[in-house]
Unconditional design. Structure first.
Length: 142
């Protein structure tokens, strides 16, 4: 068992770097500190913040730790997210300029917490919650 766990851990710790990395995924759930509206709904600003965090990390991985300056964000919130919902954020490269990076991102709910039953419902198909694009300008492109 310990050997299997060690092998799995070794594969998780491998992080590719450089311009060859084209996408990144984050998984997280929202806690009570993130609620902003009645029924424990998470604010749109917090949802976009988490998406941009994922995009910034992709920029860091690709451009020697230079997360870049955000110059434009386009976002559509298409479904609500509530406290203890689990989400997956996917970001990818749309276009590389000489100093700019156009990245796309989407956030999907993978489960929703039900306070009455005190259980989470895991969805058969993830539900799109946020989608958009962001432009970064980097100081030290590779």
């Amino acid at each position: 068992m310990a050997k299997v766990v060690g092998e799995k851990r070794a594969s998780l710790s491998k992080v590719e770097k450089g311009l060859g990395v084209k996408e990144l995924k984050f998984r997280l759930s929202f806690g009570g500190e993130d609620t902003h509206y009645p029924l424990e709904m998470i604010s749109g600003c917090k949802l976009i913040e988490k998406c941009i965090d994922c995009c910034t990390e992709l920029c860091n991985i690709r451009d020697n730790g230079d997360g870049g300056l955000i110059v434009h964000i386009d976002a559509d919130i298409v479904d609500s997210v509530h406290m203890l919902d689990a989400v997956e954020i996917i970001c990818w490269v749309i276009k590389d300029g000489s100093r700019s990076r156009l990245l796309g991102y989407e956030m999907y709910k993978t489960s929703a917490y039900d306070g009455e039953s005190d259980r989470s419902e895991v969805f058969d198909e993830p539900v799109l919650a946020v989608k958009g694009t962001v432009v970064f300008v980097v100081d030290d492109p590779q």
